[in-house]
Design a protein around this ligand. Structure first.
Ligand SMILES: [Cu+2]
Length: 505
């Protein structure tokens, strides 16, 4: 059952500046999936924005865009990015963050808006194999659904950037390109905000595969788009997965007559020294020669596997976009007659915007060594990016951990919510006082607690509504069953925000 879907439309329509740039042909990095070139192919770069990201911002925006080719043809490669307006360079991921961008394309063929290209902070490049191209028509309507985080309390301005390889239909090479369409598979979709949690208590042996391992209330997040019944014989020609930190891989499988075969595993190849805990990662995509012939009635399915041994992962994703050819001459192996090569190649190398891993000492106290603050009476205000009681950045009495008796709860209230700034109270392992970075802090407290994103979304006119991703509440109470001790927490949206409280006997 889809939960209620609310789209947050930016009050001001983004002025989408169109300045397509013909990019110079840069030498591909060794680890990057190699370019496929065609005679007459154009490399076109689009920049969408400027998008102002206010400090608390985490909203999902949906806006039409005319940043697309002017003539019909084939898109053969799609490379997403996020760049700052001031220097046109990708900002550090621990500062500004492309949670996701999805390009919805309406082909006016009765199918409605179809998510066709997507980007997360892992910045996977879609390169269709030689002889295949996404069939683009200038009458297609393009819409960009984006969600950007600003992890610092200063406004900033960015462009969402995408570079495409485009073969105009009029160029001779176009005749050799088979028309390709995209099918979106999503373990928690289709929804505006298709996410699920992967907590340490989920799954087994530190691994949680969604939706396969989902039990009880975890099943509420399962999306119908995790399965697809093949409507007519077709050939899969390319796919890659999208995951969040903690993700290990996505799997694509097919079931026919009760027999299930693997088709592809998109592996998260972490450059991150601490392992599967950050965005310093590249996903593998299918090899150029990968083709899978499927029959009408086959059921394909996707799943996403997360490492739940080190931390809990909230609002996680698992998506695979399939590139499909309906042309019977596209070839491909029958997965029930031959083995399919399920191993892929990464689509890019380490990106320098992921260099700040965090964790080094920045002089914040270890709350376990602080004197107790006074007992918490009434909700504790979160205001101006500060937990006004117990914030590790506060000096003096307000910086001491407020106390609560065993068996009772401590309540937080987000008083930044009126500014559409959302915060979380998320358990982390004490001292949880190291520098912020892409790998720090983690949701790795001795017990899990998480408030969700406390706050509202605002509609034009000022009415506020619940999320997603905002929880729709501004107050949240800690679990009442915590054992005596000092508990550390952080804000998942603004990871520099750290605090503590103490449970006493
Ligand atoms: Cu926050």
């Amino acid at each position: 059952m889809p939960r209620h879907v609310v789209l947050v439309i930016a009050a001001a329509f983004l002025s989408a500046l169109a300045f397509p740039v013909i990019a110079s042909a840069a030498a591909p990095k060794l680890s990057e999936i190699s370019h496929v070139n065609y005679a007459g192919m154009q490399k076109i770069r689009y920049r969408y924005g400027p998008v102002t990201i206010t400090p608390g911002q985490n909203v999902i925006r949906i806006n039409a865009t005319d940043l697309k080719p002017k003539v019909a043809g084939f898109i053969t490669r799609f490379k997403p990015d996020l760049v700052r307006v001031k220097d046109l360079k990708p900002p550090p991921v621990d500062v500004l963050h492309l949670h996701h961008a999805v390009w919805l394309i309406n082909r006016h063929d009765g199918e409605g808006d179809t998510p066709s290209f997507a980007a997360g902070e892992e910045k996977t490049i879609v390169q269709l194999p030689l002889g295949f191209g996404y069939a683009y028509k200038p009458t297609d309507t393009w819409t960009v659904n984006d969600m950007l985080h600003n992890l610092l309390p200063n406004p900033d301005s960015v462009y969402i950037q995408w570079e495409i390889d485009f073969v105009p239909a009029t160029s001779p090479a176009a005749a050799s390109i088979k028309s390709t369409s995209m099918h979106w598979m999503d373990v928690a979709g289709l929804r505006t905000y298709p996410v699920f949690d992967a907590k340490r208590s989920f799954g087994k042996n530190g691994r949680y595969t969604f939706p396969n391992d989902a039990r009880g209330s975890q099943q509420a997040a399962i999306g119908s788009a995790h399965q697809w019944t093949i409507p007519h014989d077709l050939t899969l020609v390319q796919t890659a997965g999208h995951l969040h930190p903690g993700g290990l891989w996505t799997d694509l499988k097919v079931t026919r007559n009760g027999v299930t075969k693997p088709l592809f595993r998109s592996v998260a190849d972490y450059f991150e020294p601490a392992g599967a805990v950050s965005w310093d990662v590249a996903m593998t995509a299918t090899k150029p020669e990968w083709r899978v012939r499927l029959k009408e009635g086959d059921v394909v399915s996707v799943s996403a596997t997360y490492d739940t041994s080190k931390a809990s992962w909230y609002e996680s994703m698992g998506i695979m976009v399939l590139a499909i050819s309906d042309d019977p001459a596209a070839g491909g192996v029958d997965p029930f007659g031959a083995k399919v090569d399920t191993r892929g190649v990464i689509t890019h190398g380490h990106l320098s915007e992921n260099n700040n891993h965090g964790g080094e000492s920045i002089g914040l106290p270890d709350a376990r060594q602080l004197l107790s603050g006074s007992p918490a009476v009434g909700p504790l205000s979160i205001y101006d990016f500060t937990y006004t009681r117990g914030d590790l950045g506060l000096i003096g009495r307000n910086g001491r951990p407020p106390t609560v008796k065993t068996g009772q709860s401590l309540t937080f209230r987000n008083d930044d919510a009126t500014k559409e700034i959302w915060h979380t109270i998320t358990a982390c392992k004490s001292p949880c006082n190291g520098a912020s970075g892409i790998a720090n802090p983690l949701a790795n407290g001795p017990v899990d607690f998480d408030s969700g994103e406390l706050g509202y979304s605002f509609l034009p006119g000022g009415n506020h509504i619940g999320g997603p991703p905002a929880s729709g509440a501004i107050e949240w109470a800690t679990p009442s069953n915590l054992k005596p001790g000092t508990y550390s927490y952080f804000c998942r949206i603004h990871v520099f925000m750290r605090g503590s409280f103490r449970v006493t006997k």
